[in-house]
Ligand binder design. Structure first.
Ligand SMILES: [Fe+2]
Length: 210
């Protein structure tokens, strides 16, 4: 496989990822309770539409079509975003769940663009590098903004009384939650033989900052 094909694979993966986000971000924005977080995500939706255009332009420089590969990774992180929206949480807690899912999305994209840029650099595709880098900078800024948005929400959530402490009856788990619980137990069991062979790490010293 030629290096150019590796780059095209990465770029097609990103193109699919951005298109999936154009569809998913309006739903995520709709689920936000905090108005500034909502407008932040709406703003990133507009950026994402521009990112799709830049990717098309980059494919134009290479004389190739942008489609051809579905990004399974983005499908997975978007699915986690949907789980965050369905969580039985309210107010700041709900927004923090959405921020957690959105940060995963941004970091996934940051990884994709970082790899694609290094491949385009190796192939001396300066125009492609410049376009991909514009997208990368927007993803990095979006991730930073999400972290900044989480600060007041964390304060708010920490000061709220934990309603679940007094809840006599908890909502029964959905079929999806039960399946997730079972699969997480299987994850643990499958990792167990590898973990047994490893000696336990020494307990970390407690940081004074904590
Ligand atoms: Fe993006």
């Amino acid at each position: 496989m030629a290096l150019m094909d590796v780059l095209l694979d990465e770029m097609r993966d990103l193109y699919s990822a951005e298109n999936q986000l154009v569809k998913a971000l309006p739903k995520i924005a709709k689920g936000c309770q905090d108005s500034s977080l909502k407008s932040q995500i709406k703003n990133h939706l507009e950026e994402t539409k521009n990112q799709v255009q830049r990717l098309r332009e980059a494919f134009g420089h290479l004389g190739k079509k942008p489609t051809g590969q579905h990004c399974n990774g983005m499908e997975g992180v978007v699915e986690e975003g949907k789980d965050a929206l369905e969580k039985d949480e309210e107010g700041a807690n709900k927004d923090l769940c959405i921020i957690g899912a959105s940060l995963r999305i941004e970091h996934y994209e940051v990884a994709g663009y970082t790899v694609a840029i290094s491949l385009a650099k190796a192939l001396k595709q300066a125009d492609v590098v410049a376009l991909l880098n514009e997208n990368l900078q927007e993803e990095l800024a979006a991730a930073k903004a999400l972290q900044a948005a989480s600060k007041p929400l964390l304060k708010e959530a920490a000061s709220e009384k934990d309603a679940s402490e007094n809840e006599d009856e908890k909502k029964p788990k959905s079929a999806k939650e039960k399946q997730s619980e079972q699969e997480s137990e299987e994850d643990e069991q499958e990792a167990a033989p590898e973990l047994q062979a490893k000696t336990a790490p020494r307990a970390a010293k407690t940081s004074k900052k904590q």
